[in-house]
Design a protein around this ligand. Structure first.
Ligand code: ADP
Length: 597
């Protein structure tokens, strides 16, 4: 994960171990299945020894040339295979079942955590990276948990079983093997580490792929109209190529790993055979063949164990970034105060705010007392702090100093959910979910509302007419991101949502995009409805909204430089009148035409 975790992890690292231990913690609820699964793999490993034993029998039978024995060995082969199959099924099935259950838990945990991340985290991290934690990193964990664990258990137990057999058959020769084994292990370890160092710098570039693709798909209109196709193609080509190179690094190291390990082990076996042929008495050819078959059987098992390391490594790295996200702070919610419905008085007391990691102050010396039901229009140049000011109210960010109070209670004393229940938000960019129209109006905690209430809200938002013209009326499914609705219609749905919420405080970020006259008329009317009887903060772009506000705040570089009504401020000939002249001179006539309802 490029931005979440740049740590390099090695199998033997303490950090890798702690990540693995934490991952194993998720196995706890499935301890029963886990032991059964180990039992399955145990059967499988035991069958390897049985096969060696059967081979020994076969050699003896052939040597004795006794026709009465011809049924025994075939039956043994079938029996041992049956045992192996049952063991493999039980082991693999249960282990996969555990792994997929863990993945499910982890995925849900991560998603739930994401819903509680502070705004700053969403601002900081690009959406592609956050999405790829769920789609890519958790899959990496799956690979480690399923494949790696399965292979480790299956091959590990096979090695142990065959090794036990070796000891049992000829402990002296096996002692030689035991002397050689740590040396082999050491060489394999050193070689593996060298190779891994090459792939250590590999970072996940899938997040970048997701990001670029997402931007292209969401912004295809901009891309088309500005001829950005080549730019996007080239951008994608370069991140995809980077991903290819990163993958090749991993492939090169793991591809070189296996043959090298094989060669080293083959040398060891060669040495063992040499020792056996030179110094041991070879009275029993059958058991000697069986012995060497076991030694040779350990070879592929060890090879597969060696191959597992990169998968585990990738899984641990993936799990690490998943855990890093899970450990990141959620929104602070320490307040206890709750109110059924606030009156809607709002006060800013000497509020100062700077975005995290920014030296520039976004808001400074904000002092403001707003009566319940008052409509406050915020105006000012882009970047003057209007959106920031309203975003402090529902604690999307917390002020660095000063206090914000609702009904004389600091907002940090409110329980976060309760605070946000007091505030309805209508954004410029209306977010619609893949649900029915009714479901979109009654979104979230509003889902308990009846259709009658939803209809009433839609009426007040001047939305019923167009909703009823949709194929299934209120039950019409809105396609992904509401593609079938016009900008004005989407805004009216958002207003209906706010009306249904019926909160005492309203935050309105007026759309800057101009709508056709009819939509403009409806929106204006709908806005008047939703503002009624609510303390309203409106980031205003329309002259009509500004004119009708009880008070206008003019912001400049994060400070309130002027406040008053439209007429007062025009007469003062200060910042507002300059802004007014510049912004509304040309199109004021057009805006004035919009009938006020
Ligand atoms: P307005 O709504 O008046 O256009 P904003 O409140 O969006 O202004 O921005 C005020 C200042 O804060 C600007 O300088 C802007 O660059 C900065 N800013 C806004 N959002 C962020 C953010 N998420 N992270 C860092 N700085 C931000």
């Amino acid at each position: 994960m490029s931005s979440l975790s740049k740590k390099n992890i090695d199998v033997g690292d303490a950090s890798a171990w702690s990540v693995y231990k934490r991952l194993l913690g998720y196995v706890k609820p499935y301890a029963g299945w886990f032991f059964l699964s180990i039992l399955g793999f145990g059967l499988l490993a035991a069958s390897s020894v049985l096969f060696v034993k059967i081979l020994e029998n076969l050699v003896n039978v052939v040597a004795a040339n006794d026709p009465t024995d011809r049924y025994l060995v075939p039956l043994q082969v079938i029996g041992a295979t049956l045992l192996r199959s049952v063991g493999a099924f039980v082991g693999i099935y249960l282990m996969s079942r555990i792994a997929f259950n863990i993945i499910h838990c982890l995925r849900v945990e991560v998603f739930n955590h994401m819903t509680q991340l502070p705004n700053a985290t969403f601002d900081e991290k690009n959406s592609g990276n956050l999405i790829s934690i769920i789609t890519y990193n958790i899959n990496g964990v799956t690979a480690a948990a399923t494949d790696a664990l399965k292979i480790s258990l299956r091959e590990g137990l096979t090695v142990i079983a065959l090794f036990g057999y070796l000891l049992y058959t000829d402990w002296r020769l096996t002692l030689v093997f035991i002397v050689i084994a740590p040396v082999i292990g050491w060489i394999v370890g050193v070689v593996g580490k060298r190779l891994r160092r090459l792939s250590n710098k590999v970072q996940n570039t899938v997040g970048d792929l997701t990001q670029v693709t997402g931007e292209m798909i969401n912004g295809f209109k901009v891309m088309r109209s500005f001829g950005g196709e080549d730019y996007e193609k080239q951008r994608f080509e370069s991140v995809s190529k980077k991903n290819l190179q990163q993958n090749m690094k991993i492939v090169v190291t793991s591809a070189a790993n296996t043959p090298l390990i094989q060669l080293i082990i083959a040398c060891a076996i060669g040495l063992l055979i040499f020792v056996a042929l030179s110094f041991m008495e070879l009275k029993d050819p059958a058991s000697f063949v069986a012995y060497m078959t076991s030694v040779a059987g350990i070879l592929p098992a060890m090879r597969k164990l060696g191959e597992v390391a990169p998968t585990i490594l990738k899984g641990v790295a993936a799990a690490d970034s998943v855990f890093t996200l899970l450990d990141s702070d959620t929104e602070k919610d320490e307040g206890k105060y709750q109110v059924a419905r606030a009156r809607g008085e709002v006060e800013f007391k000497d509020v100062m705010f700077a975005y995290p990691n920014q030296t520039e102050i976004a808001l400074n010396k904000i002092n403001l007392r707003v009566k319940a039901g008052e409509v406050i229009a915020l105006v000012g140049k882009s970047g003057s702090g209007k959106s920031t000011l309203v975003s402090l109210l529902n604690r999307f960010h917390d002020a660095n100093s000063g206090n914000i109070l609702i009904d004389d209670v600091p907002i940090t004393d409110y329980q976060l959910r309760n605070l946000r229940e007091q505030i309805a938000l209508v954004n410029q960019q209306v977010t619609l979910f893949n649900d029915t129209v009714a479901g979109n109006i009654a979104y979230g905690s509003l889902h308990t509302r009846t259709l009658v209430e939803i209809r009433k809200a839609a009426d007040a938002a001047y939305a019923t007419e167009f909703i009823e013209q949709l194929p299934d009326g209120f039950n019409t499914l809105i396609g992904e991101s509401g593609a079938r609705l016009s900008g004005g219609q989407r805004q009216r749905l958002a207003i209906a949502r706010a009306i249904l919420k019926n909160a005492p405080i309203l935050i309105l970020d007026e759309a800057t995009s101009a709508l056709d006259n009819e939509s403009e008329h409806y929106i204006q009317a709908a806005l008047e409805q939703v503002m009624q009887g609510r303390t309203t903060f409106v980031v205003a772009h329309r002259l009509s909204t500004i004119e009708k506000a009880d008070r206008i705040l003019v912001l400049e570089d994060g400070e309130i430089v002027e406040q008053g009504t439209h007429t007062q401020l025009l007469a003062a000939k200060g910042a507002y009148s300059r802004l007014h002249a510049r912004q509304f001179h040309d199109d004021a006539d057009g805006l004035e035409e919009v009938p006020a309802i």
